[in-house]
Design a protein around this ligand. Structure first.
Ligand code: NAD
Length: 453
């Protein structure tokens, strides 16, 4: 079967490469010439583990191709996947301009029956909107079906997530189109992947409900972590014990600087926005967003407090810029916000990230980029760990101690043990860890009274 994927970013490229691996004949389309030229040569515009190999395999075996010729790609395909961006617009609304443009193009180009499947995350009702736009753009009526097929992959483990998803959601009203979609995903039936077949509106909502629930879990544990700091309790024990309750589950209970990336922040805001549009106020979604913003601010306050209330003129080393490990994506990354605030307060920033520095340079041109973690430490008045790349989990701490101007470490991912850091002589703080330095413990002068287990 021929399929075409419009939009060759994190979702489109991974989906295209994986569908080719399923045995489909896949054409990936993008409107950025340079991206397509690179991909035709097997060079990838993004960092995603395993993707380079999969794309080049698809190219070699002639099941995957790349083009900017959208009309030809649409003509050859039975199923057209839409995977363009849906960024945040005004006041939390979703900016649907890329979706609209693709729908108009599809309308102009189709000359026989097509299934149009939306992988992009789109507000409820967008399937209807796409249908209407395609109909309007058609020179003469040609039958087609619109399907909602939200994508749940995570950057950093996108291929595994696509190949072995927890579930596949397909929303549609036309049985013929649903049958075609099931055929595309038939390799996943063989590994007993659960399928949720529903209508388009419900499928669109499932994606937002899922992401918002995960965002809520993160904001919840971040609030508990902040409470732990004040109470001298340990959030790791709290989260572990909570997670052992199977009704709660242990995933997404890791405290930190708040969620980021291209999905959670905008999806939570979008759900809040389009629910309000239909007269429903989602208090919890709005609170998750508010707590997340506050958490970033709180992290800056932690850093400033660790530097005796003043960062102006001081050098701060930052480890990790991407919004999470194993990706070069810096969209809504906590590190970017935190660094920007510290810069406005007069700090000098040295930073290192294994893959995200080239993209970060475009938004943070005025910081000093380093070759590795140790160069970042050299001469810094404090070290802040923001993204928990594996290589930051096993730093040579004696070397770090020797290189830092002041042995101050602010570990926003709770990678290290407070007791060990103390033994090594660091002034160390984390997020909700017992035994770490906090403003409250300093005030009480019993900062290190309780040993971490
Ligand atoms: P992205 O920005 O990485 O990629 C979008 C691509 O679409 C870009 O390459 C852009 O050039 C291309 N594009 C835009 N307009 C086009 C047009 N008219 N014709 C052809 N190409 C066009 O975005 P992404 O991260 O892949 O996300 C895509 C969608 O998937 C979004 O709705 C997002 O919310 C959703 N999603 C993302 C993830 C994720 O982890 N990134 C996970 C699940 C769902």
């Amino acid at each position: 079967m021929h399929i075409c994927v419009i939009g060759t970013g994190y979702v489109g490229l991974v989906s295209g490469a994986c569908f080719a691996e399923f045995g489909m004949q896949v054409t990936c389309v993008d409107n950025v010439d340079a991206k397509i030229l690179d991909l035709q040569e097997g060079r990838l515009p993004i960092h995603e583990p395993g993707l380079h190999e999969l794309v080049n395999k698809g190219l070699r075996e002639s099941r995957l191709s790349f083009t900017t010729d959208v009309a030809k790609a649409i003509e050859e395909a039975l199923v057209i996947f839409i995977a363009v961006g849906t960024p945040a617009g005004e006041n939390g609304a979703t900016d649907l301009r890329y979706i609209d443009a693709v729908a108009d193009t599809i309308g102009r180009c189709i000359s026989d029956y097509k299934v149009v499947a939306t992988k992009s995350t789109v507000p409820v009702g967008t399937a209807q909107r796409i249908k209407a736009r395609i109909q309007e753009a058609q020179p003469e009526p040609v039958p087609f079906s619109v399907i909602s097929n939200p994508e749940f992959l995570r950057e950093g483990s996108a291929i595994e997530d696509f190949m072995r998803p927890n579930r596949v959601v397909i929303g549609g009203e036309d049985q013929h189109a649903l049958a075609i979609m099931k055929e595309i995903y038939s390799p996943l039936y063989l590994i007993e992947t659960p399928f949720v077949i529903t209508d388009t509106v419900t499928a669109e909502l499932i994606k937002y409900a899922s992401n918002t629930f995960l965002a809520l879990k993160i904001s919840f544990i971040n609030e508990i972590a902040n409470l732990c700091d004040v109470l001298h309790a340990d959030v790791h024990d709290v989260a572990r014990a909570m997670g052992l309750d199977q009704r709660i589950g242990r995933r997404f209970l890791h405290p930190g600087p708040g969620y980021g990336g291209s999905c959670f922040p905008k999806d939570v805001q979008s759900l809040t926005y389009f629910s309000r549009e239909v007269g429903v106020t989602l208090e919890l979604a709005a609170a998750a967003d508010r707590v997340n913003r506050q958490q970033r601010q709180h992290m800056v306050e932690k850093i400033v407090a660790m530097m005796d209330g003043e960062v102006a003129g001081k050098t701060i080393g930052v480890l990790g810029l991407a919004f999470k490990p194993n990706t070069d994506d810096i969209r809504e990354a906590p590190a970017i916000d935190i660094i920007t605030t510290l810069l406005t307060q007069g700090a000098h920033i040295k930073a290192y990230d294994p893959v995200a520095m080239p993209v970060a340079q475009q938004v943070l041109p005025d910081i000093e980029y380093c070759r590795d973690a140790y160069e970042t430490c050299a001469g810094s008045d404090a070290l802040v760990l923001v993204t928990e790349w594996n290589q930051f989990r096993a730093l040579d701490l004696e070397r770090v101690y020797a290189l830092l101007q002041q042995p101050v470490m602010i570990d926003l991912r709770n990678v290290y043990e407070p007791a060990m850091m103390r033994r090594l002589g660091f002034r160390y703080t984390a997020v909700g860890r017992r035994g770490a330095w906090t403003v409250e413990s300093e005030k009480e002068k019993d900062a290190y009274g309780a040993e971490s287990p």
